[in-house]
Design a protein around this ligand. Structure first.
Ligand SMILES: *Cc1c(COP(=O)(O)O)cnc(C)c1O
Length: 487
């Protein structure tokens, strides 16, 4: 589709970097600390250290740890240190992965292949997850041909309804899941009760601690009350813990940890039946850089328990400040009681459209993450507050208050659910979805010169009125197009 040709001539290093830097001009300026998603950061010295450690191991290849024993050592040690935080004892084993999604895909594969081996009557394997579990479980089910059953969460606490999980168990169930905490609301599920169910039914229990694994242990050391969530809970078989979130390691770094080797064996893949080199992969990636592991290893040494505790304390203080400030904005309400410094709030006023709120905050330099309404909660705003965001939270809440006030008094923006273009027109368009639909929609809604939607308020308002299946169809068509437009 693009007319761009492969470079015929060489370009100077100077020009290349100039161009690369210019490309970033339109990105959200995360360095300000005013971006409450996507980027987790702590003190500048640690950030720099991790980047340098990453570069030092950029070229080494984790494909074959027998030829790069340095990577084997780094991985073993990173896993041992994380397992120590998660009370894994001496039997715990695990691997570094490219991210939480890969960790979860692997845990679902492990459960599937364990069932294939031990329980031949399971022909249509199912996993059970609460509605608030991260979508990567659906992605894992989609990739691995495993059915995903979603169970209710409480509409006030947003914790998994363990009774509902129990009722969902069948003779095909291979795995049940709890979040510690869920990304959306920052709420930790009742892991103890979920693990009891797993034990009673001889199925695996995965705790998704992608965000909590590097947070809750330090919060506990600081005497914040935290429910049991890790390997100290009998019945928990595996835990995913991202290091590129509250571990403050550069992206490409998560861990998947199992209670023992006997479980982890099902994660592995080997293929020696081709003419080339022997493949034995513990993870999804085959060739892989050692950068993330070196960065994680270095970050752990550099910050130590004290450094992480310090970061967690700052995050928890910031969370408390946000919660208190929200109480002074009657148009907004907190969703549940977040256990860590991740939270969501929604609007209970017809005059405050949260998508509009997010865009107006963006104009003031804040990135707050809009989320569509679901069966679980209203459309809302999510904040992931990491260490480098913490000092800015007073400013954030001050601006939030101002923007809410402005939205209320600004008659122009009243009821933007019905704002241009008419959602009825859009719904009509979508009823008969064809490739042209997208073009028509884009013409209606407008995109910028990079093919990125110009008006997220309108887009989100439209998506918000659609059923999830229709949202997904539209989003896939749109992204398919967005990655193919002419540059
Ligand atoms: C972020 C997250 C994931 C997915 O992690 P990625 O690193 O983005 O792949 C899974 N579960 C939870 C709870 C998360 O917060």
């Amino acid at each position: 589709m693009s007319n761009l040709k492969f470079p015929a001539n060489t370009e100077s290093r100077e020009n290349i970097f100039k161009a690369l830097k210019e490309l970033k001009d339109d990105d959200i300026p995360w360095e300000t600390g005013k971006v409450m998603a996507y980027v987790y950061n702590t003190i500048p010295e640690a950030h720099q250290l991790a980047n340098e450690a990453y570069m030092l191991y950029l070229t080494e290849n984790g494909l074959d740890p027998t030829q790069f024993p340095s990577l084997l050592q780094l991985e073993r040690q990173v896993i041992a240190m994380v397992a120590d935080l998660l009370n894994g004892g001496t039997a715990a084993v695990g691997n570094c992965t490219s991210g939480g999604t890969e960790s979860v895909i692997l845990t679902v594969k492990t459960a599937r292949d364990r069932a294939r081996h031990l329980f031949p009557h399971i022909t249509n394997p199912e996993i059970i997850i609460p509605e608030t579990a991260h979508p990567c479980f659906h992605k894992a089910g989609h990739y691995l041909n495993v059915k995903v059953k979603t169970t209710l969460v409480d509409r006030t606490t947003f914790k998994a309804d363990v009774k509902a999980m129990e009722q969902a168990i069948t003779d095909q169930t291979i795995l049940i899941v709890g979040s510690a905490p869920s990304y959306t609301h920052g709420v930790i599920d009742n892991i103890e009760a979920i693990a009891v169910l797993a034990q009673a039914n001889n199925i695996l229990c995965h705790v998704d601690a992608c965000v909590g694994g590097m947070f809750i242990p330090f919060a506990k050391m600081l005497d914040y009350p935290m429910p049991p969530f890790d390997f100290s809970v009998a019945g928990v078989s595996s835990i995913s813990c991202d290091l590129h979130k509250f571990g403050y390691v550069p992206k490409g770094c998560s861990t998947i940890i199992y209670r023992n080797k006997a479980l982890r064996q099902y994660q592995l893949f080997s293929c020696s039946a081709w003419p080339g080199y022997t493949i034995v992969n513990p993870t999804v990636l085959s060739s892989k850089t050692g950068g993330p592991m070196a960065a994680a290893w270095s970050m752990f040494q550099f910050l130590g328990i004290e450094g992480y505790k310090h970061a967690v304390k700052a995050c928890m203080d910031a969370r408390d400040l946000v919660i208190e400030a929200l109480k002074t904005i009657p148009e907004l309400y907190l969703l549940g009681q977040p256990d860590i410094s991740m939270l969501s709030f929604a609007s209970n006023s017809t005059t405050i459209n949260v998508f509009e709120l997010a865009e107006r905050m963006k104009a003031k330099g804040w990135f707050i993450q809009a989320q569509l309404k679901s069966n679980v909660s209203d459309a809302g705003i999510h904040l992931s507050i990491s260490h480098f965001n913490a000092p800015h939270m007073a400013g954030l809440m001050k601006d939030l208050k101002k923007v809410v006030k402005a939205l209320k008094t600004d008659k122009e923006t009243l009821n933007s659910e019905q704002a241009k273009p008419d959602t009825a027109v859009i719904k009509n368009l979508l009823a008969n979805f064809t490739p042209e639909t997208l073009d028509n929609l884009e013409q209606l809604l407008g995109t910028d010169d990079k093919g990125i939607p110009a008006d997220f308020v309108v887009i989100n308002n439209i998506l918000n009125t659609l059923e999830p299946a229709q949202r997904d169809e539209l989003l896939i068509a749109f992204i398919n197009k967005m990655f193919s437009v002419e540059q």
